[in-house]
Design a protein. Structure first.
Length: 202
């Protein structure tokens, strides 16, 4: 079983408004991302909320039957706290964990499936997409690393996992810079909207 953890707990300070709730296509940024995951080979999706938790959860109301909302009361302590919160909620049968950022709306089901297929070959326990040599997200790793992430890497985050196990990392080449682009500022949001409109002009 592959489970996705969507990190949707941030305060969006640099955006000036809650970026996860900004319109994107026919839904919101977070709704689009979760929808792409549900259309992929992911078996279960867990959305970790923090700031604006009720509003973010409300924006996902149409998908609530297919996802699990997990609240992180310690979200101000950083992204790793949300990863850990999501890990604690996973079912015991999970064997792989996909960490998806809530502000990467250009990530699609096809890319997610590509990562899952690479992971399914079992050559490596950590799969990371890379664009022109830069590693990005979503990151996929075996649940055997869960205890390690729950107790270590407080200073480095998930980068620490990659550095600690270089021989168990598989880089998957991505054809899109979406894997290394997140959405922090208003100009980032405008870029994502323009790219989305270019892909779906109608």
């Amino acid at each position: 079983m592959i489970c996705a953890i969507v990190l949707a707990a941030g305060e969006s300070r640099r955006m000036g408004t809650q970026k996860l709730l900004l319109p994107f296509g026919s839904t919101t940024v977070v709704g689009h991302i979760v929808g792409q995951l549900l259309n992929s080979a992911v078996d279960k999706a867990f959305v970790v909320t923090g700031h604006d938790a009720d509003t973010v959860a409300g924006a996902l109301a149409a998908l609530r039957a297919r996802i699990t909302i997990v609240h992180n009361p310690e979200y101000r302590s950083g992204m790793l706290s949300s990863v850990r919160c999501g890990l604690r909620a996973l079912p015991p049968e999970a064997r792989g964990v996909l960490i998806a950022l809530g502000d990467q709306p250009a990530i699609n089901a096809s890319l997610v499936n590509h990562l899952i297929q690479a992971f399914a070959r079992r050559a490596k326990g950590i799969v990371v997409p890379a664009y022109e040599g830069r590693r990005g997200h979503p990151l996929l790793f075996a649940t055997r690393y869960s205890d390690e992430i729950l107790t270590l890497y407080g200073d480095t985050g998930l980068r620490g996992l990659l550095h600690a196990h270089p021989d168990d990392v598989l880089e998957v080449s991505a054809s899109t810079p979406a894997v290394v682009s997140d959405m922090d500022f208003p100009e980032d949001y405008r870029r994502e909207i323009e790219e989305q409109q270019h892909k779906s002009p109608h």
